[in-house]
Design a protein around this ligand. Structure first.
Ligand SMILES: C[S@@+](CC[C@H](N)C(=O)[O-])C[C@H]1O[C@@H](n2cnc3c(N)ncnc32)[C@H](O)[C@@H]1O
Length: 248
């Protein structure tokens, strides 16, 4: 996958130079290019923003340098570019969007700043994405969040089995994980995980994932496609949880 990031602050993209994303880059699975719209201005001040028509607060990003930057990064990609505009007004980012984006050949990210983009810039976008209902200073953090979630889903970046069992992959939260020591500050690792009995461990993990989802994110269960076995486990968990509530 090729990822082009159009940003006024290329120096803040250091997160992508480490760990799993860096390994994906080294393996040639993801190529990341940073493009500064200031390089597509025609004046000596390299102006990328201007005052809003109608007056009011903040500066607005001008359309021309951004459009030129988009055309520049799109030119070699034979119409296979997918342009994402980061915006608090966009569709809320989640694992299913991450999965959809992980199949694309070329992603182009537009990072806003100041008061945001001239509205006409949204005409160049295939999707507007928000990473949550809060307002950040710029699109640089949202872009890195989205890239991190997307790149780890590309085959060959992390073990496929690990990605499939992560939270949200089948509309459930992940089960709890433990490592050494067997006891820490009075809390022991559940016996079943030390038993070496793979079928029982698998069963425990399924149940814990369903229990966690029920307790922490019941909204996810409403849209989950559970297998018959998982439905049965959910019934058991519901009964157990009701008993716990009745016992106070
Ligand atoms: C200060 S914000 C602009 C906010 C805009 N005036 C509004 O209220 O909708 C500047 C830029 O940060 C980015 N941004 C801020 N919050 C974001 C969020 N929750 N998700 C995605 N991008 C965000 C966008 O690129 C946005 O253009």
């Amino acid at each position: 996958m090729i990822i082009s990031i159009i940003t006024l602050f290329p120096e803040v993209f250091t997160y992508l130079d480490f760990s799993i994303i860096q390994r994906a880059r080294n393996k040639g699975i993801a190529e990341i290019n940073l493009v500064n719209p200031r390089d597509f201005t025609g004046d000596k001040h390299r102006t990328v923003d201007d005052m809003p028509y109608g007056g009011g607060r903040g500066m607005v990003l001008k359309p021309e340098p951004i459009y030129k930057a988009i055309n520049h990064v799109k030119q070699d990609e034979r119409g296979e570019s997918f342009v994402i505009l980061t915006s608090p007004q966009g569709i809320l980012f989640d694992q299913s969007i991450a999965r959809e984006l992980s199949l694309k050949k070329h992603l182009v990210f537009l990072c806003g700043h100041y008061e945001g983009f001239d509205e006409r810039i949204s005409n160049a976008a295939d999707m507007e994405i928000s990473i949550g209902d809060y307002v950040l200073t710029g699109g640089e953090l949202p872009t890195q969040v989205i890239i991190d979630a997307v790149v780890r889903l590309i085959p060959g970046v992390i073990e496929q089995e690990s990605a499939e069992k992560d939270s949200f992959s089948n509309s459930l939260l992940d089960y709890p994980h433990y490592t050494r020591p067997q006891e820490f500050e009075g809390t022991k690792v559940p016996d079943v995980l030390l038993s070496g009995h793979h079928a029982k461990i698998e069963e425990w993990r399924k149940k814990e994932a369903i229990k966690r989802t029920l307790v922490r994110r019941p909204d996810l269960l409403e849209k989950a496609h559970l297998t018959e076995e998982e439905k049965k486990i959910l019934e058991e968990v519901l009964i157990e949880e009701m008993r716990i509530m009745e016992d106070g």
